[in-house]
Design a protein around this ligand. Structure first.
Ligand SMILES: Cc1ncc(COP(=O)(O)O)c(C=O)c1O
Length: 488
């Protein structure tokens, strides 16, 4: 099968793409999912392989029955697929699975590197980071420097490489590592990670890359094609952001670095010998980093999704998404009363994410009305990137100019402090993007009607005054279980 045919078939293979919900006008239609930056839908073939594995399920860590042997082989294969996907030679790098997303990986690496090089007390991050690639470093390092972004206000974003260079020169041998996102989860703006790696290595610092928002959207390679000094030391991403919900986070790290650290998680499966007096961790990677019974089903699902994407080619996916994001940017910028955030995609490349606000609407109202009137699912708020969102919104927040005695002032500010975010997955089509733009234009043109139709709820919620769909619209595990039990 050619990669174009595979791409086409895979695009319509996702579980839940056709799930239907009711709308304010009484109709029922399939949802349009634009929330992939939070979590992607499940790729059906990957899910089916994992289901198939359940026919053979057994834990790993044993070689003596068929099922355990199969589980070991599949789990090893999952590690190898991850390494291949991120262009990491298995002689140089090892991959381990951690927690249920990227956050576990950042916490582990931050604590291990702080113990490894206490004399290097500085960590550099950017103002664009997700809290998961910021707070773990604040917890473990004495000083965390936040690199400022290019530009200021609504259109800021991206790393200023000259400022990064000056900062790295200034702190020199005090820097333990630079932890940087490959792409922002708010605006999708990409970072020149290999250039930063070279700068980090020039002062003996490591580079950790948060690939959570890049992994499903663009090719990424830990090894530079040009210079060994530009290689990435550690790369972390969440499996649920690349079409394998329920899968673990993945950490890929150079073996030379891992061998210097001692594992921060201990327990079964990672030790050579345990005596009452002491224990000796295994020398084998990645076992040494994977204490406890692994999430084998999740790892297999993830590896299958990666395998399919490798066959399609990440370059084709990038091109497709760039076309869609440019289309969305152009169409949304043509709508009067819509603010777009982050740099223009013509100036700085971005992955498939656009943050916007409809002037006069709080971010929660935009998200609720897109859902209720158009069956379009977007996320809203600050997306766990408060410093970046606050910077982009600073002018708008000044302009609110609320009287400090306004009743319920905290909730009112909170409702304004945020954006709506539409993010793409491989399943989104040009038709979806045009539907999104049409829906935003529709809501912007019916301001008064929409404002009157909703009631604010709490700090960021909005509830339609009349459209109160029956609770059975929402997924309910108890009903689903009952139905499944009836089939027994
Ligand atoms: C850029 C980025 N980094 C880290 C994370 C944290 O990922 P998880 O919640 O899967 O641990 C996210 C999640 O949204 C993200 O977008």
């Amino acid at each position: 099968m050619s990669n174009t045919t595979l791409l086409k078939r895979i695009q319509s293979s996702f579980i839940g793409q056709q799930t239907q919900y009711p709308l304010v006008d009484g109709s029922i239609s399939p949802r349009r999912y634009f929330d992939s930056a939070a979590s992607t839908l499940m790729m059906r073939p990957a899910f089916e392989v994992a289901q198939n594995f359940l026919e053979h399920y057994s834990s790993t860590h044993s070689e003596l029955h068929f099922s355990a042997r199969g589980a070991n082989r599949a789990y090893d294969w999952a590690h190898k697929r991850v390494l291949d996907f991120v262009g990491a030679n298995s002689d140089i790098y090892s991959c381990y699975f951690a927690g249920s997303g990227a956050t576990a990986g950042f916490n582990r690496v931050a604590s291990e590197l702080a113990i490894l090089r206490p004399q290097r007390d500085v960590v550099i991050v950017s103002e664009m980071e997700h809290h998961s690639n910021d707070l773990p470093h604040r917890k473990h390092a004495s000083k965390v420097i936040h690199l400022p972004l290019v530009g200021e206000g609504a259109n800021c974003g991206g790393i200023d490489i000259d400022v990064a260079q000056e900062t790295i020169k200034k702190y020199g041998s005090r820097i333990n590592y630079i932890a940087i996102t490959a792409a922002s989860n708010v605006t999708g703006v990409m970072t020149p990670i290999h250039e930063l790696a070279q700068l980090a290595h020039s002062v003996g610092a490591y580079i950790i890359v948060d690939a959570s928002q890049m992994i499903a959207h663009a090719p990424i390679s830990m090894q530079s094609e040009v210079l060994i000094e530009a290689d990435i030391d550690v790369l972390i991403f969440s499996g649920h952001k690349i079409y394998a919900p329920g899968s673990p986070g993945a950490v890929i790290a150079s073996k030379s670095l891992l061998k210097q650290t001692s594992p921060s998680e201990v327990g079964g499966g990672m030790v050579k010998n345990v005596y009452i007096e002491h224990f000796t961790p295994s020398d084998n990677l990645p076992e040494r980093e994977e204490a406890g019974t692994p999430n084998i089903v999740g790892a297999i699902t993830l590896a299958c999704a990666l395998d399919v994407l490798l066959n399609i080619g990440m370059q084709s996916i990038l091109q497709k998404e760039q076309h869609l994001i440019n289309l969305a940017w152009t169409k949304l910028s043509e709508i009067e009363g819509v603010n777009l955030y982050g740099p223009d995609p013509d100036q700085l490349p971005r992955t498939g994410t656009i943050a916007f606000n409809i002037v006069g609407f709080d971010h929660g109202l935009t998200a609720a009305a897109l859902n209720d009137y158009h069956n379009i699912q977007v996320r809203n708020g600050c997306f766990c990137a408060h410093p970046y969102v606050r910077e982009m919104l600073k002018r708008e927040l000044w302009e609110i100019n609320l009287d400090p005695d306004t009743p319920d002032i905290e909730a009112k500010v909170e409702r304004k402090r945020g954006m709506a975010r539409a993010s793409l997955g491989i399943y989104n089509s040009e038709e979806d993007v045009l539907a999104l733009c049409h829906a935003v234009a529709d809501l912007a043109s019916r301001q008064q009607e929409i404002l009157l139709a909703y009631q604010p709820q709490g700090k960021s919620g909005y509830r339609h005054r009349e459209f109160l769909p029956d609770q059975t619209t929402l997924f309910d595990p108890v009903t689903a279980l009952e139905q499944s039990l009836k089939k027994l």
